[in-house]
Design a protein around this ligand. Structure first.
Ligand SMILES: [Zn+2]
Length: 242
């Protein structure tokens, strides 16, 4: 799912009640969902998604709840939209084999998108030099705000990674969630704005268009709003009937 950040702050949008399921059982509708984008098969987004190479590696650290329960999460859509990206599903990461492998690779300069007083931004004067010619690897924590904090607390290696934040503040366009504050962004929005800032500072491929990320996000918004309106009118009809 998705959390985002304003300048120096990160939080998670609070899912509305209907998005939360029981934590004991896997998604009942799993077989009705596309196994790639996890959307209902009749509303599969795969044909809309054209993955692009941004020259930056993104790794989405996804809490299992987000992976299997959250129906309106954007982490998976984010990963599908970026060629050099992957998802690691776990509750803690320090012992995760793939996480460790990525950290040990000499190919990357790993950072985590998370606020903190020492967090860097793309626009910092020495940011590009700090990459030392390596490819930037951004870990994105995909969980509710409470879960994200726990994931950090329980993963000291992750907690101590250099942090990345935003140069500017952004307002979420996610209409289908109750946001704790308007500066909270979904994962796909966070990624979009971060890439924009990095591209503007000459990091990654500046000519790669990432508008597809927002297009698929807008479509998700549109579809969920449609479902919500339909539910409202059905409920109104039930109340109105004798
Ligand atoms: Zn699909």
């Amino acid at each position: 799912m998705s959390w985002g950040s304003g300048k120096g702050r990160i939080c998670h949008e609070k899912a509305s009640c209907e998005d939360h399921g029981s934590l004991e059982k896997p998604l009942k509708t799993e077989s009705r969902n596309c196994l790639r984008c996890f959307r209902p098969k009749e509303h599969c987004y795969c044909s809309m998604i054209q993955a692009v190479d941004t020259g930056i590696k993104f790794v989405i650290l996804m809490h299992p709840w987000e992976a299997y329960k959250q129906r309106t999460g954007t982490g998976r859509l984010t990963s599908l939209s970026l060629t050099d990206s992957e998802i690691i599903i776990d509750k803690t990461f320090d012992q995760n084999r793939r996480f460790r492998e990525l950290l040990d690779s000499q190919q990357y300069h790993p950072m985590v998108l998370y606020p903190g007083k020492d967090a860097s931004t793309a626009g910092a004067y020495d940011f590009k030099a700090s990459l030392q010619g390596k490819k930037l690897l951004v870990f994105l924590i995909d969980a509710t705000w409470v879960m994200a904090r726990k994931m950090m607390y329980r993963s000291p290696v992750l907690q101590n990674l250099p942090r990345l934040s935003f140069d500017q503040s952004y307002i979420s366009r996610f209409h289908i969630k109750t946001q704790p504050a308007e500066y909270c962004l979904s994962t796909i929005e966070s990624t979009y704005y971060l890439i924009k800032e990095l591209q503007a500072c000459g990091i990654g491929f500046k000519d790669t268009s990432i508008e597809g990320l927002m297009q698929v996000f807008d479509e998700l918004n549109r579809f969920q709003m449609e479902c919500r309106n339909q539910r409202f009118s059905e409920n109104a009809q039930k109340k109105g009937s004798p």
